[in-house]
Design a protein around this ligand. Structure first.
Ligand code: HEC
Ligand code: HEC
Length: 444
């Protein structure tokens, strides 16, 4: 516990210079190209907006409809005049998110799938899916973590049989990571750092989370509280999109300009394996992905019956809500976030959302052993996992980061360490009370 708390402190104040000079993986090279000040931008200061805060519920639904940030279809102008976004509609950006890429577009040479929607589609474009990727590495005699050659992500496909990545026998730190939901993530992006740090500071010591500070690549590497991905490895949707475009599909862009290797072997443009010069996307697609996700509605709830309400009361009573925080508020419209790269639009600012997560990292005994990035300052993240947001839970049937819990009951029993108290109190409930908690989970 002490170590975790110390890390939380270090993580917040860590200089981004510490990110430099480590083994060069594709991810990291991209990260370390930016060497700017790591001052955390204040995200609660007022600027243009002066009226008293007035919060409204974020629109929710699984319906392929915009949340109001971008117009649904043509004409190609945005509703929010204040915010400069490329002149594309929600539907246009969605098509780009759904578009199947081929070799001539830059797909591969090593990759996992051909479109974002291939892994983010259930029950509508942008949702989660059963597709899992695998990550591996090894621990040396001194206890240091080493990624597999070419990075911890093992691509499952390639454009040529000679370069399909396979796991080295010695790389015995192994995990699956299942595809997560992205619907409603524009609201998460607009939650101020201070809101998440405030939740952390109010958590009792035995469940206190860790805020993992990560650089926003399009924002001059400004450090921000990570909130996306199982490891909280990104704080902005544009950075995550550029990362995914390269690491899931093999398409380079200005924020991730270097092609992945095949287990360390150069397969980039000029080697004969790749026919498209880098960057394969000028950054337009990356922006389209981010703006699509920013325009999606939050996942909606199922029927809220009296059992569901009673179940939520028990969920709170046993302390599940210590980490699975029901409600968050986004920051004010007009404010700049992401190191100045994004201005919160009216559609996303001052909203109330119900993600059932604190977007902090915890050790509940399920850590997969793989840090956010290699290097000593991230070593403490090896066994931390983000509190899984429980919104959209009813759309998924493979649970936890590895997708290896087939039922909610098994997922709950895997909560030990920081999760043990809540689990034990849940186990001490009567059968009937536990069923109410499960009914509540089924409504999310
Ligand atoms: C092969 C499947 C696959 C493809 C293709 C894919 N993703 Fe993902 N996505 C995942 C997985 C797996 C995760 C969780 C990874 C992790 O946290 O380590 C994820 C997580 C995310 C997240 C974080 C959401 C959250 O809060 O947890 C975003 C954003 C995202 N993907 C966007 C994209 C975009 C944009 C594309 C297309 C460029 C894309 N993904 C393509 C599998 C995929
Ligand atoms: C100390 C923080 C913490 C507490 C308390 C906590 N959880 Fe979790 N929960 C997590 C984390 C972290 C994960 C993700 C773990 C992983 O994927 O390895 C998670 C995952 C889950 C999942 C799987 C969700 C998914 O998307 O796969 C369910 C269901 C869940 N928790 C329910 C509960 C319930 C019910 C309680 C109370 C009995 C509870 N949690 C208490 C942190 C917590």
């Amino acid at each position: 516990m002490q170590a975790l708390r110390r890390f939380a402190l270090v993580a917040v104040t860590a200089s981004p210079l510490l990110l430099l000079g480590l083994d060069s993986t594709a991810d990291e090279r991209a990260t370390s190209r930016f060497q700017h000040s790591g001052r955390m931008p204040a995200e609660t200061t007022t600027d243009a907006v002066t009226q008293a805060d007035f919060f409204t519920e974020a629109p929710a639904g699984f319906d392929n409809r915009t949340n109001g940030f971008l117009r649904q279809g043509a004409p190609y102008d945005t509703i929010d005049e204040d915010n400069v976004v490329p002149d594309r509609s929600f539907n246009d950006n969605r098509f780009i998110f759904e578009e199947v890429e081929v070799i001539a577009d830059g797909l591969g040479p090593t990759y996992n799938a051909q479109s974002c929607a291939e892994c983010h589609q259930n029950v509508v474009t942008g949702g989660a899916s059963q597709i899992a990727e695998h990550r591996t590495g090894r621990v040396d005699a001194s206890g240091g973590f080493f990624e597999s050659l070419g990075g911890s992500l093992i691509h499952s496909r390639a454009t040529n049989p000679a370069i399909v990545e396979r796991v080295a026998f010695e790389d015995d730190v192994r995990t699956f990571r299942i595809s997560t939901n992205t619907l409603g993530n524009g609201f998460i992006e607009c939650v101020a750092n201070e809101t998440l740090l405030g939740i952390r500071d109010a958590q009792p010591a035995e469940i206190r989370g860790t805020a993992v500070m990560v650089p926003v690549l399009e924002g001059g590497n400004a450090m921000r509280v990570g909130r996306f991905g199982w490891k909280n490895q990104h704080a902005s949707l544009e950075s995550f999109s550029a990362d995914a475009y390269l690491n899931e599909m093999g398409i380079t862009s200005p924020l991730f300009p270097d092609e992945n290797t095949s287990a360390g072997r150069d397969v980039s443009f000029g080697t004969g394996f790749d026919t498209v010069a880098d960057p394969e996307d000028e950054g337009e697609d990356v922006k389209a992905f981010a703006n699509f996700m920013r325009s999606t509605k939050a996942p909606s709830r199922g029927r809220i019956t009296r059992d569901v309400q009673a179940g939520e009361a028990l969920f709170n009573q046993v302390g599940c809500n210590g980490c699975h925080v029901s409600s968050l508020r986004t920051a004010r419209p007009g404010q700049f976030i992401n190191g100045g790269a994004f201005r919160i639009p009216l559609a996303l600012g001052n909203k109330i959302i119900h993600p059932y997560s604190d977007f902090l990292s915890h050790d509940i005994g399920t850590g997969d052993g793989i840090p956010v990035l290699p290097g000593p300052e991230y070593a403490a993240t090896r066994n931390l996992i983000r509190t899984a947001p429980l919104w959209a839970l009813r759309t998924r049937n493979r649970l936890m980061h590895d997708g290896l819990s087939f039922t909610k009951q098994e997922a709950i029993q895997r909560h030990i360490n920081q999760g043990a108290g809540a689990r034990d109190r849940y186990n001490a409930l009567t059968d009937q009370q536990r069923n109410l908690v499960l009914a509540f989970l089924d409504s999310l």
